[in-house]
Design a protein around this ligand. Structure first.
Ligand SMILES: [Zn+2]
Length: 121
């Protein structure tokens, strides 16, 4: 009988189902992540609040014609950027290459890319 009491006591403590929702209100104790973010994380959070879900242009973009005369333009805040080309639509491989400012580059599949520097994108 004493063993049964001990087991019940332990199991009650181990599986507590107390609700914390009444103790904390979201506006009282949980910090707003924007107040603590800095640098790139803060820039990303602010852009997301303004509706920009891709502030660093990391999403996959559809290519156009991509000829030497009219290359696919890739924007960057830096003088060079690593770019991946999915040469064929159903390919599982990505061909990576460095693009440098004022040096349009041709991928092995024949598509041309060009880096355009922007001050603050
Ligand atoms: Zn390619």
């Amino acid at each position: 009988m004493a063993l049964q009491r001990v087991l019940c006591s332990v199991s009650r403590r181990s599986f507590s189902t107390a609700r914390l929702g009444g103790l904390f209100k979201a506006s009282d104790n949980l910090p707003n992540p924007l107040e603590h973010a800095s640098g790139l994380e803060r820039k990303q959070l602010l852009a997301e609040l303004q509706g920009n879900e891709d502030p660093f242009d990391m999403n996959i973009q559809k290519r156009g014609v991509c000829t030497k005369e009219k290359p696919h333009v890739v924007y960057s805040s830096f003088h060079e950027r690593l770019v991946g080309c999915i040469c064929e639509e159903d390919s599982e491989n990505v061909v990576w290459m460095w693009l440098r400012q004022s040096e349009p580059k041709r991928c092995a599949c024949g598509y041309w890319f060009k880096l355009q520097k922007v001050e603050d994108h």
